[in-house]
Ligand binder design. Structure first.
Ligand SMILES: *[C@@H]1O[C@H](CO)[C@@H](O)[C@H](O)[C@H]1NC(C)=O
Ligand SMILES: *[C@@H]1O[C@H](CO)[C@@H](O)[C@H](O)[C@H]1NC(C)=O
Ligand SMILES: *[C@@H]1O[C@H](CO)[C@@H](O)[C@H](O)[C@H]1NC(C)=O
Ligand SMILES: *[C@@H]1O[C@H](CO)[C@@H](O)[C@H](O)[C@H]1NC(C)=O
Ligand SMILES: *[C@@H]1O[C@H](CO)[C@@H](O)[C@H](O)[C@H]1NC(C)=O
Ligand SMILES: *[C@@H]1O[C@H](CO)[C@@H](O)[C@H](O)[C@H]1NC(C)=O
Length: 293
């Protein structure tokens, strides 16, 4: 009888909570976003210190406010106007990559090109999980200002191999730590004149290691297929942190039952719930104890 009474006490509020959360099952669902703010954009979870909307007070800093565009179905989440977000975790942000390219004609003139300038990612750092990939038979591409780059070469008679990206039609290189954005610079030796029949364009993009597989000869000659495939499947990993330029001793953002952790690159920090607690350490009552049965 007494046990039944206690069970009722506990089940009543939790069914009420289930009702208002439309089937979401965890108490942690209550503390993703700041109270009164949107916690999702389509199926993407947006945890504070990120927040949706300009001047809504939903994010910690202006550069953590995101734009959820509902004219897409499902809605898409953007960092700047054209940087689409895939997901957000407690220290990383994944964005869709963008392929830069240069196409040439038989005179070696550029006929078509695209430059995605992603230099404005001030609060974010390009993760060391990314690689810079160049595809082409006569293309040296570099991340502007960093010295990171490589040369993809091949000759008309040569045989590029699908799945291999070590210089023959495809090359890949690591990037310098600490970059806050990037733009790409292209160079060629012969302006593709000698290789035009098998490859008229050079391509370059950044993306998480091991998420791109070189398709071989077809990737050298089918630009729209390659670009579509890469831009829908390759993600760039950004590290995020708060308090850039400050350290944990100056941190005021970590709420109860959480602790400050300095970022690996020295600038900024993260908050993390203490052991035995879960939730969002940047919100009041964000870290909730885990009750063991
Ligand atoms: C949402 O996306 C559409 C289609 O690209 C665009 O026309 C519109 O300006 C965007 N809305 C906002 C608020 O960015
Ligand atoms: C969101 O849904 C789309 C399909 O609608 C899927 O491709 C994507 O991986 C999902 N994203 C996340 C973060 O679950
Ligand atoms: C984000 O996406 C990556 C790559 O698919 C995945 O490994 C990671 O677990 C995802 N994180 C979150 C918080 O959804
Ligand atoms: C292409 O290159 C040739 C030779 O350099 C030059 O004479 C011509 O004006 C260029 N054509 C265009 C459209 O730029
Ligand atoms: C590369 O950097 C130089 C110097 O910072 C700048 O003048 C140039 O416009 C940049 N190029 C691209 C493609 O961003
Ligand atoms: C092309 O690759 C195959 C398999 O690696 C090899 O047997 C053949 O000799 C190569 N042909 C040329 C022209 O390099």
């Amino acid at each position: 009888m007494l046990l039944h009474f206690i069970l009722c006490l506990f089940t009543f509020p939790s069914t009420m909570a289930l009702g208002t959360l439309q089937g979401s099952n965890s108490s942690a669902m209550n503390n993703i976003a700041k109270p009164g703010c949107q916690s999702h954009c389509g199926n993407i979870t947006v945890p504070y210190p990120f927040g949706i909307g300009k001047d809504t007070g939903c994010s910690l800093y202006v550069w953590f406010h995101l734009n959820c565009n509902t004219s897409f179905d499902p809605p898409k989440l953007f960092l700047a106007s054209d940087v689409e977000i895939y997901n957000i975790s407690d220290s990383e942000l994944r964005i869709f990559t963008s392929v830069d390219y240069r196409c040439y004609d038989q005179y070696g003139n550029v006929t078509n090109y695209y430059d995605s300038n992603r230099n404005g990612l001030y609060a974010f750092t390009l993760s060391g999980k990314n690689k810079f990939t160049v595809i082409g038979c006569d293309d040296l591409a570099v991340i502007n200002g960093s010295g990171n780059g490589c040369y993809g070469s091949c000759t008309e008679s040569s045989n590029v191999t699908a799945g291999e990206c070590s210089g023959n039609g495809c090359c890949q290189t690591s990037i310098t730590n600490g970059l806050h954005g990037y733009s790409v610079r292209f160079l060629t030796l012969q302006s593709h004149i000698d290789v035009l029949t098998i490859n008229d364009c050079g391509y370059a993009f950044l993306g998480e290691e091991n998420t791109f597989r070189f398709g071989g000869a077809s990737d050298l000659s089918h630009s729209t297929d390659l670009i579509r495939r890469v831009e829908s499947s390759v993600l760039v990993v950004l590290d995020w942190e708060i308090g850039q330029g400050y350290s944990c001793s100056e941190a005021t953002e970590c709420k109860e039952n959480s602790e400050c952790h300095g970022a690996a690159d020295g600038g900024g920090y993260h908050c993390r719930c203490n052991q035995g607690y879960e939730g969002n350490p940047y919100l009041d009552q964000g870290c909730q104890g885990q009750f063991l049965v």
